[in-house]
Design a protein around this ligand. Structure first.
Ligand code: GDP
Length: 450
């Protein structure tokens, strides 16, 4: 069923100048607008060269027009695409001419939202479009493409199907109480619950990788002045972003560089040296440094290995939030004459390296991937978002609770309710069941014209 909505228009290509710029129209007025602007309706799905004419008869541009008759279009509605010259003024003129005939400007993501509402895509696929456009690495783009092709959704749908079968079985047994005892002692339910739980865990693992590829990790470089934090930032990012001098207190503000380790986006944050200071600029720098530390996925406490771990470093270690893992970076091993080394431990790891001599940096890169459990292979990875992980987690909790209801309390009805909730949580991923405000939130983060 195609939802009857008003006609929308937007420039679909990015702002700025380019060879070609595309204006997109979607809705029931698309054919009428084609007739007004082009003087004809192009055959559906056939490129047609035409002049684009304003209502006063003035030719504003010429280019390719494409008409897609509903339901065979991206949105599922009648769609008109005008490919004109890619200049901001000419594209604005085309949009203005179209607006004269009744449509309104599209909201961000509204074309994709209509595609979703018209069942052209499910929600996870629609989100993958935004992820593909935003992809910061080839790995992330391949993963987003997999989700767009429906790899993630297919796994969720399979799970939902499995859950539905189990619900039918459980609910039928509840409806025939005489048989309920048999069903409760039946292995079928226990085995199905175990299989579903295993499958959710496996999908969640893949989704976590997909989420990491999208969001990456935030690593904060902390430590006393002059230990080599800025040198390490420059070395990891391969450019001289931070000023490096032998003068303590050079870095006074927060500096963030984006790097990519085999497809894992890493946001490296260099901070002001953490020490006692009366300088108000330095104090503000330190306040900002602590703000970054609180929000980090990983803290790298950099020390000068010639001086070793000092009392101040111990004080910093005990002040860091307990929930954030810390690695001690023993920098300047070229001066302390130590070998490069990585010691990975559950509590505090250590790496011996030299930022300026670029010794041991690969060990640090490997360590960052290990900490967050990132695997570089793109084979089994699809893009995923935090909300998908939350939904999988919630489904997993309901399955666990359902198993408990069955095994401990022999409570068939409570098991049935948990299964229903698990199914609802999974359906939120593909958007089969989704609250309107969530939809609004998801699509409003898209770019205009998508
Ligand atoms: P920050 O204040 O902690 O950001 O430290 P910087 O990165 O500004 O470095 C302070 C000084 O230590 C500079 O003179 C750097 O050249 C020097 N430095 C940093 N890392 C190394 C290293 O691995 N080996 C040597 N020999 N010097 C280093």
């Amino acid at each position: 069923m195609i939802i009857d909505a008003d006609t929308i228009v937007a420039i679909a290509t990015p702002p700025g100048k380019g060879g070609v710029g595309i204006v997109r129209v979607s809705g029931s007025q698309a054919a009428e607008i084609a007739n007004k602007i082009l003087g004809k309706l192009p055959a559906s799905r056939q490129a047609c060269f035409s002049k684009f004419v304003h209502s006063d008869g003035c030719v504003i541009d010429e280019g390719i027009a494409l008409y897609f008759k509903s339901p065979n279009s991206f949105t599922g509605e009648d769609v008109l695409e005008l490919q004109g010259h890619g200049g901001p003024v000419v594209l604005d003129l085309i949009v203005k001419s179209i607006l004269q005939h009744g449509p309104r400007i599209a909201q961000p993501g509204e074309f994709s939202q209509r595609a979703f509402l018209n069942n052209k895509l499910d929600l996870a696929q629609a989100e993958a479009i935004a992820d593909l456009i935003d992809a910061g690495s080839e790995h992330a783009a391949i993963a987003a493409q997999k989700s767009l092709q429906g790899v993630f959704s297919a796994q969720i749908n399979e799970l939902v199907e499995h859950l539905t079968e189990l619900r039918i079985y459980v609910e039928a047994a509840i409806d025939f109480p005489d048989e309920e005892v048999d069903f409760l002692s039946d292995d079928k339910v226990t085995l199905s619950l175990a299989a579903i739980s295993k499958k959710i865990k496996q999908i969640k693992k893949q989704a976590q990788q997909g989420c990491l590829m999208r969001e990456g990790m935030t690593v904060v470089l902390a430590g006393q002045p002059n230990v080599g934090k800025s040198s390490l930032l420059n070395c990891l990012s391969g450019k001289d972003s931070a000023i490096v001098t032998a003068v303590p207190g050079t870095t006074r503000d927060v500096l963030i560089n984006e790097i990519n380790i085999d497809g894992l986006p890493v946001h490296i944050v260099d901070t002001a040296g953490l020490h006692e200071s009366d300088d108000i600029v330095e104090q503000e720098g330190m306040r900002r440094a602590w703000e970054q530390i609180e929000n980090a996925d990983q803290i790298l406490l950099v020390i000068d290995d010639v001086l070793g771990v000092r009392a101040n470093d111990h004080a910093l270690l005990s002040s860091f939030p307990k929930s954030i893992p810390v690695t001690i970076i023993h920098n300047k091993i070229d001066l302390s004459k130590k070998q490069e080394k990585l010691i990975e431990r559950d509590d505090i790891s250590a790496i011996y390296l030299s930022a300026t001599q670029e010794i041991g940096i690969d060990k640090l890169r490997q360590h960052l991937k290990n900490i967050i459990g990132f695997k570089s292979d793109t084979e089994s990875v699809f893009t995923a978002r935090r909300r998908h992980l939350d939904a999988l987690e919630s489904a997993s909790d309901y399955i666990e609770s359902g198993s408990n209801q069955l095994q401990v309390y022999q409570a068939g009805e409570l098991l049935a309710e948990d299964l229903r909730q698990a199914q609802r949580a999974l359906s939120e991923i593909t958007g089969e069941i989704t609250a309107d405000d969530l939809l609004g939130k998801i699509f409003s983060s898209f770019c205009i014209g998508k």
